[in-house]
Design a protein around this ligand. Structure first.
Ligand code: SF4
Length: 375
């Protein structure tokens, strides 16, 4: 069995958004904020109330993913209380994953984390270069990451992921290779390598606009970094299962389920859900979310009913691609009839069809946006 075959049936998958951060990274445009303890506590209470309303759906959940923001920013006491309540409502969970900031993980936090039902930890590392970390507004050092990683392993976690960024200001191919090597040397079970994108409204974007940061690697240099990861990581025992994600036999079951078009339920401010092919989004503002839950109001609105398009956009990111039979059974139409412009991508060698599955070719992985624009 390939590592990615573990979820093959329709399941419920739950995402919980924790929108709090210790500081705001210079490149970040996610829904997040800095907040004091009373607001965090009020938010967790609202989350649990929303979970209670969704109890029936939660009872069939196989994966629970706590993301953000930074879930570890809640502190172990509040995080522990939240997990106790949530996992009590989800008896069938196979994976309980949490994203953590290396800054938050001291020895005591780590010990207490190991006492929770969490079985997957993802560390937001981004880089092992001090200067880059400073530029990105991260508060941890490379040696802190190494300590935290060792601590997590000693505490018994056997499924630890690391996230890296590439295409950073002034970054050379050699510098990114060093980041990859230092990450791999720690022995993670999962590595995600994301291309830094400058989003309007972020501090990094403003610096770039003011021409204080003109040395961003160009498209070609960034493509070389991506190819380096894609070509080198398999030699180190990592299987690429999605455009940006690599694993040693431990894929993120939650993300895999979402990419495969399974239903998922998002709890919390700005969380998205997909239920029976319809996508919903909760209100983005933490304040408005809390007020809506507390007053018994509606927290979400319908965002899109384009399930077939969603399935293509997410499924094409996977190395296994999109199964044409499953697509037809789900949406009642052939994949290339639904999206005829994908034939152009096929003819251009950006897509390939193998074993009745459509997936990005190696070149298509580099030019994914050209393919996605044709969906
Ligand atoms: S820790 Fe993550 S969510 Fe928080 S500010 Fe940094 S990038 Fe954004």
């Amino acid at each position: 069995m390939r590592t990615c075959d573990r979820i093959g049936v329709e399941t419920m998958n739950v995402y919980v958004h924790i929108p709090f951060c210790r500081r705001i990274c210079t490149y970040c445009d996610f829904p997040r904020e800095m907040a004091k303890e009373p607001k965090r506590r009020r938010y967790v209470k609202a989350l649990l109330r929303e979970a209670e309303i969704q109890r029936t759906r939660l009872s069939s959940a196989r994966t629970l993913h706590l993301g953000g923001g930074t879930p570890s920013e809640l502190g172990m006491k509040l995080l522990g209380e939240l997990l106790d309540e949530l996992s009590g409502m989800m008896p069938l969970l196979e994976e309980i994953a949490v994203e953590v900031n290396p800054e938050d993980i001291d020895e005591s936090f780590c010990r207490q984390l190991a006492d929770t039902p969490i079985n997957r930890v993802n560390l937001g590392v981004q880089s092992f270069d001090e200067e880059q970390l400073c530029r990105l507004g991260r508060g941890h050092s490379p040696s802190q990451v190494e300590q935290v990683f060792a601590r997590l392993r000693q505490s018994g976690f056997d499924n630890i992921g690391i996230d890296l960024l590439f295409g950073l200001p002034s970054q050379t191919l050699g510098a990114f290779k060093q980041d990859l090597q230092r990450a791999v040397a720690l022995g993670p079970d999962h590595l995600a390598c994301y291309h830094l994108t400058l989003e309007a409204g972020t501090r990094l974007y403003r610096l770039w606009r003011q021409e204080a940061l003109m040395d961003l690697p160009g498209e070609e240099a960034a493509a070389e970094m991506y190819e380096l990861a894609r070509d080198w990581l398999p030699a180190e025992g990592f299987e690429q299962y999605e455009i940006s994600n690599f694993t040693r036999n431990r894929p993120s079951l939650h993300n895999l389920a979402v990419w495969r078009g399974e239903d998922y339920l998002g709890l919390g401010a700005a969380a998205h859900s997909r239920l029976n092919g319809i996508r919903y989004a909760n209100v983005r503002s933490v304040k408005r979310y809390i007020e809506a839950v507390e007053s018994g109001g509606n927290t979400s609105c319908v965002e899109s009913a384009e399930a077939a398009k969603d399935d293509l956009l997410l499924g094409l990111r996977l190395r296994e691609g999109v199964d044409m039979e499953t697509f037809k059974a789900r949406h009642g139409t052939e994949l290339f009839s639904f999206s005829p412009r994908l034939k152009e991508a096929l003819a251009a060698g950006l897509l390939e069809v193998r074993d009745n599955r459509v997936r990005l070719s190696e070149r298509g992985q580099l030019l994914g946006n050209e393919v996605f624009a044709r969906v």
